[in-house]
Design a protein around this ligand. Structure first.
Ligand code: AMP
Length: 194
């Protein structure tokens, strides 16, 4: 399982999707499958999440979904994944997604996506891991967030060095060069401290 790299992607679950964001999710899914990179994600078949998972599967790739049991009741889960892991809570889900992944990427999304991004970022700040975190910003959707993060740093609420915790990616292919730099024996998380 560990020899193949895994990318965890956080993205929106809303039904209506901007065509540029849909295209970014499709391109990313295709890229992952063609480069034998496993997708780890929230397990839904809705919004950008579903578009991304289907793009990986349609191109012959591998997808692991991690879903909390209560969302299974909402019937939002993708029924055709390579593997669907059901966990007991949202916290267990985020920890499982974290443990399974070598790096993280964020596509456009809402509150849930932001929450997931901020958690891996906070864990990085606390030196619980040093895995790459990428914000995929093909059309400027995340520029207000970038401005907010810069404002936080300029105001002294985050260290200057923290700007290096994130890589902003404008072209989907750039994700590959970030993943290529991850050593095969990726540093394991301090999972017991999360
Ligand atoms: P949001 O950006 O608010 O749409 O939330 C999307 C993120 O939160 C995804 O990366 C998922 O891991 C998680 N999530 C939120 N809502 C759902 C849902 N209905 N089904 C599956 N995952 C969800």
């Amino acid at each position: 399982m560990k020899n193949k790299k895994s990318l965890c992607v956080y993205c929106g679950s809303c039904g209506e999707t901007n065509p540029a964001h849909r295209e970014a999710a499709e391109q990313l899914g295709d890229l992952l499958a063609k480069n034998s990179i496993r997708l780890v994600y929230g397990g839904g078949d809705i919004g950008l999440m579903g578009i991304l998972a289907n793009a990986v599967l349609n191109a012959g790739g591998e997808v692991i979904g991690v879903l909390p049991r209560f969302l299974e009741d909402w019937e939002v889960e993708h029924k055709g994944l390579s593997q669907l892991i059901i966990v007991e809570s949202m916290h267990a889900r985020k920890q499982k997604m974290f443990e399974l992944s070598d790096a993280f990427a964020v596509l456009p999304g809402g509150y849930g996506t932001l929450e997931e991004l901020l958690e891996v970022l906070t864990w990085k700040q606390l030196k619980l891991h040093n895995k790459p975190v990428m914000v995929v910003d093909t059309d400027g959707y995340w520029q207000p967030l970038r401005a907010l993060f810069e404002h936080i740093i300029q105001s002294g609420y985050a260290d200057e060095d923290s700007s290096a915790y994130l890589t902003y990616v404008e072209k989907i292919e750039s994700i590959l060069s970030v993943l290529d730099k991850i050593p095969e024996d990726t540093q394991r998380p301090n999972a017991e401290k999360l």
